[in-house]
Design a protein around this ligand. Structure first.
Ligand code: PEP
Ligand code: MN
Length: 301
């Protein structure tokens, strides 16, 4: 008996970081099962196959005009999914004077946009009390990095059976990330999309860059997990000039989708104004993304 424990521990030198065979068998049974998972959200949009869907839009659903302008750009670039949060978590409790959560009215605008532009909607669920309103409009529910281990939220959002984007917490190991994913999967919802969005490291290269995109997480997760993995270079870098390189690198690394923030006038963005691309920058990035995707036999949609 003692001998077995010793051998097991030797093969698990760093139990908080490494995903062991024991984890895969007993703790991460569903997330690391071998079957390939694809998530079809309708209108030809499938995550986890050849296509790489782009989820684009501003940080917050600030006003209706902003969302209409963004929706038009998404259409112009032949893309299909808009994002924007009407309910928003913030790192600090103070809000800029120009920003307030638009909540239900923001969701009503998203509803109009969804119908008028025939776009799919991604938005964040911060609290369970907003869930039923969000489910009337959203096509994919996002659980933000700050809520990655909010277990009650994971469990109840899973039960809606909506597709879910689970963002990795910026301090979470892949083992903890998949542990959170398992909480969703065990409820029976298999429409799970994992999102790498940058991790805290001691040096992030400039003071406004809070996180470093863990590109390596993409192939590392793919090695053991068959759920689609998308990348969010905007929240990782917090700095628009770096978003194009990180987007292209994510595609090259094998991501199954991207979240990219865009805004008609980034400086005026009520939240995180250093982060979104303007419409020209976005268009240029989409053109370059198509080329990189094509070179590895994939396609931006
Ligand atoms: C977001 O997508 O707007 C967001 C807040 O992301 P994260 O939870 O990764 O910070
Ligand atoms: Mn944001």
């Amino acid at each position: 008996m003692k001998k077995n424990i010793f051998v097991k521990n030797l093969s698990n030198k760093n139990p908080t970081k490494d995903i062991t065979l024991d984890d895969r068998k007993n703790k991460l049974k569903i997330s690391t099962a071998k079957d390939n998972i694809t998530i079809d959200i309708g209108d030809g949009i499938v995550f986890g196959k050849k296509n790489i869907p782009i989820i684009a839009g501003p940080n917050g659903v600030e006003n209706k005009k902003l969302m209409i302008d963004v929706a038009k750009q998404i259409k112009k670039n032949n893309l299909k999914i808009i994002r924007g949060h009407a309910y928003k978590p913030l790192t600090f409790p103070y809000r800029s004077k120009t920003y307030k959560e638009t909540q239900n009215i923001g969701m009503d605008w998203m509803d109009e946009i969804k119908k008028n532009f025939k776009l799919k909607v991604v938005t964040e669920v911060t609290e369970l009390r907003y869930l039923s309103r969000i489910c009337k409009t959203a096509d994919i529910l996002q659980i933000g990095s700050r809520n990655m281990q909010n277990l009650e939220l994971l469990r109840i959002v899973s039960k809606t059976n909506f597709p879910i984007i689970l963002k990795r917490h910026f301090g979470a190991s892949l083992r903890d990330f998949l542990g959170a994913a398992e909480h969703i999967l065990v409820e029976g919802n298999k429409k799970l999309i994992l999102c790498e969005r940058g991790v805290s490291i001691p040096h992030t290269h400039r003071d406004t860059s809070r996180f470093a995109l863990d590109i390596q997480a993409i192939p590392a997760l793919k090695e053991i997990c068959k759920y689609p993995i998308i990348s969010d270079p905007s929240h990782a870098s917090f700095w628009a000039p770096w978003v194009p390189s990180l987007t292209l690198a994510s595609i090259a690394a094998g991501c199954d989708g991207l979240i990219i923030e865009m805004h008609p006038n980034p400086k005026k963005s009520a939240v995180d104004p250093l982060q979104p691309l303007n419409f020209n920058q976005f268009k240029k990035l989409m053109n370059n993304s198509k080329k990189v995707a094509k070179s590895i036999n994939r396609k931006i949609i």
